[in-house]
Ligand binder design. Structure first.
Ligand SMILES: [Zn+2]
Length: 261
């Protein structure tokens, strides 16, 4: 036999704790709460056969966004905001961030450094659009992270996801300004919020959120949210790198059309 005996005798490895440390940089506490939530969410993912295998170190920090993940090579750093620790959304945030970690480890096109290089060569956007476009691109990654997160968070009969995203649309209404691209960026965020709910069967066609988002566009002087929500809702589950580049170009086109209308 020529095969490596190790491929026959799979010795189950002793499960190592994935979460290696939780550091509180805010001085507000919460390390135990983060550890408990992380372990609970990891256990719920394990029921679906999904496991983060690179080591994760977590930091509690004061920042404007709810959370973030930085992945490098073979480890992840999870940043959790004080606001997330102190809200009832900690498990939802961790489910979302763990979705990013799983996509990165699995090399999904949306979380793959090689594909990012192809994107920088093949997607052309106006300079003024960079901020708006990078936020809209991040929402593509968020869609793929949430395809996992919805498995373990806000499952059937729980409307936390709906409440969470409807607050985004309400919040954006007061942030509209005079900068065309900034407004298109906010419209993309509305499109993501609606598209994500739509993708997971949490939004009906006559939901009042549609009118809220249309009103945003109308007052900004364009009409983009229907196309944007449709784009995010229908992103293919596991696109090839080339198909993914095509998707990103589609988003650039939809946004550029809105900005120049
Ligand atoms: Zn995210």
């Amino acid at each position: 036999m020529s095969e490596d005996p190790q491929s026959f005798f799979r010795i189950p490895r002793v499960a190592r704790p994935v979460l290696t440390a939780v550091v509180d940089r805010s001085g507000r506490g919460g390390t135990r709460k983060v550890k408990a939530a992380f372990e609970e969410v990891a256990a719920r993912y394990a029921e679906h056969g999904l496991r983060v295998s690179w080591p994760v170190s977590a930091e509690i920090v004061s920042m404007a966004i709810m959370g973030a993940t930085k992945s490098s090579g073979s480890s992840h750093t999870l940043f959790v905001s004080v606001r997330a620790v102190e809200s009832g959304l900690l498990d939802g945030l961790i489910a979302h961030e763990m979705g990013h970690m799983l996509r990165t480890e699995l090399g999904h096109a949306s979380h793959n450094a090689e594909v990012f290089r192809a994107l920088s060569r093949e997607v052309r956007i106006p300079r003024a659009a960079e901020g708006a476009f990078s936020a809209a691109f991040n929402h593509i990654q968020d869609i793929y992270a949430d395809d996992y997160a919805f498995l373990v968070f806000s499952t059937d009969g729980d409307d936390r996801a709906y409440e969470f995203f409807s607050q985004w649309i309400e919040g954006n209404a007061s942030m509209r300004g005079r900068n065309r691209w900034k407004n298109v960026g906010l419209a993309a965020t509305n499109g993501f919020a609606l598209g994500n709910l739509l993708r997971h069967g949490r939004l009906s066609k006559d939901d009042p959120l549609w009118e809220r988002a249309h009103a945003f566009d109308r007052e900004a002087g364009f009409e983009a949210v229907a196309a944007l929500a449709d784009f995010y809702a229908k992103l293919p589950e596991d696109p090839s790198p080339a198909a993914f580049v095509t998707q990103v170009n589609t988003l650039a086109t939809v946004m550029t059309r809105a900005a120049s209308s």
